[in-house]
Design a protein. Structure first.
Length: 399
């Protein structure tokens, strides 16, 4: 428990952290990686280069300052971050390193304004917050390892099959090298793949949704080829161009708190681009386990060439007793391309096709999700019925 004095000091720093948070976290990552380059084997370099990780940590530190006396308010965010930490094999021994360099960064950026009293209070607060993460992640490691077919850290997989799904997306079917069937997972969860790419000094980690319903003896991930100039393209282009059937790849056990929940409520699966991947797992699960559940599947793609899983999704919807599928193309290349919407998914369209009591799952580019979440909110959908996922640090979608 923190003393009231420590709580008051930490809360008093919130306005400063709101203003200087990104400066502090940028300083933090720079100095920590200089002293501990081995941690670059864990962190996503692309998120670092784009500034997303720095912003996400700044938001988290600011929130911690605001709610240091009500940490239960932060618990949903803590659990989301802990899922990512477990999938990347962040361990208890990493937390003291982070704490040391975070305090140094606060002092380095704020200078004399960061008094010994402030640094001491933040040191105490960090210790409490770190222990919350350590305890939650310990449970997650145990749960992942104790599942049938489960394991704790990373495990080797063989590429069993490689399938082109669209002009941009390729699927990889991964079978455990030891022959053990993969564990059951929740439809919508992801795995982290870890790669050693020739010419790269450190290991590279990326998280990909599992794009088929649980129950197979292998995983399927479906990867969008990113542009070469996009930092994310380093891994996606390697997977597309260099990873072949028979090759070995490392993966962590399934993780994530974005997943289909069973129930009697109607469900809407709304995706844009490669955001279709967790929706395919959800749709497959509904077709297999809840065929009577009213389901609307909405997918937006650039055009027909970029539209992945068209036939597979249509076949799954056909298995439902009350299922509808709607496709939006940003722009049709010619009149032979058939879709339900040309242009963007509008508020009016969503109002027409989705019942107001539906549970809505959304995944896609950030701009797409912001628009859809905004539309649904304006239409009066309950916040509890709007669920979304995107990959990267835990940024606030509404920001």
């Amino acid at each position: 428990m923190l003393s009231q004095k420590t709580i008051d000091i930490v809360k008093s720093t919130a306005p400063i952290l709101e203003t200087h948070g990104v400066d502090i976290t940028t300083y933090f990552y720079k100095t920590m990686f200089e002293a501990h380059p081995e941690l670059l084997n864990i962190f996503n370099h692309a998120n670092q280069s784009q500034g997303r990780q720095q912003t996400a940590l700044a938001n988290t530190v600011y929130a911690a300052a605001q709610y240091i006396d009500q940490l239960e308010v932060l618990l949903p965010t803590v659990k989301q971050i802990a899922q990512k930490h477990r999938s990347l094999t962040v361990k208890p021994e990493h937390y003291p390193i982070v704490g040391e360099y975070l305090l140094k960064a606060i002092k380095g950026v704020l200078g004399d304004a960061a008094t010994d009293e402030i640094i001491g209070a933040w040191g105490e607060a960090y210790g409490v917050i770190a222990q919350v993460f350590i305890d939650i992640e310990k449970e997650m490691y145990v749960e992942a390892a104790e599942k049938s077919g489960g394991w704790e850290d990373f495990k080797e997989f063989i590429v069993e099959k490689k399938v082109t799904e669209s002009s941009l997306i390729t699927s990889f079917y991964l079978k455990a090298k030891d022959g053990v069937s993969v564990p059951w997972y929740l439809p919508g969860q992801y795995i982290t793949v870890r790669l050693s790419i020739p010419g790269q000094k450190h290991l590279l980690n990326r998280q990909y949704s599992l794009s088929q319903a649980p129950g197979s003896d292998s995983f399927r991930i479906s990867v969008k080829r990113e542009a070469d100039h996009n930092p994310q393209g380093k891994v996606s282009n390697y997977l597309h161009d260099r990873l072949n059937v028979g090759d070995t790849i490392e993966a962590s056990a399934p993780a994530g708190d974005f997943y289909l929940e069973k129930g009697e409520q109607p469900v809407a699966l709304i995706s844009g681009g490669v955001g279709i991947t967790p929706m395919m797992a959800m749709l497959g699960s509904i077709a297999e386990n809840e065929p009577n559940r009213k389901t609307v599947f909405v997918h937006a793609a650039r055009n027909k060439d970029a539209h992945a899983f068209g036939e597979e999704a249509a076949a799954l919807v056909e298995k439902l007793n009350d299922g509808k599928i709607y496709i939006a193309y940003e722009a049709k290349k010619d009149e032979s391309e058939v879709c339900d919407i040309t242009g963007y998914v509008s508020r009016d369209f969503l109002q027409q096709v989705i019942e107001s009591n539906s549970v809505c799952y959304i995944c896609g580019p950030i701009s797409f999700m912001r628009a859809v979440v905004s539309h649904l909110t304006v239409l009066g959908f309950s916040k509890n019925n709007i669920k979304y996922e995107f990959f990267g640090p835990a940024l606030a979608l509404e920001a």
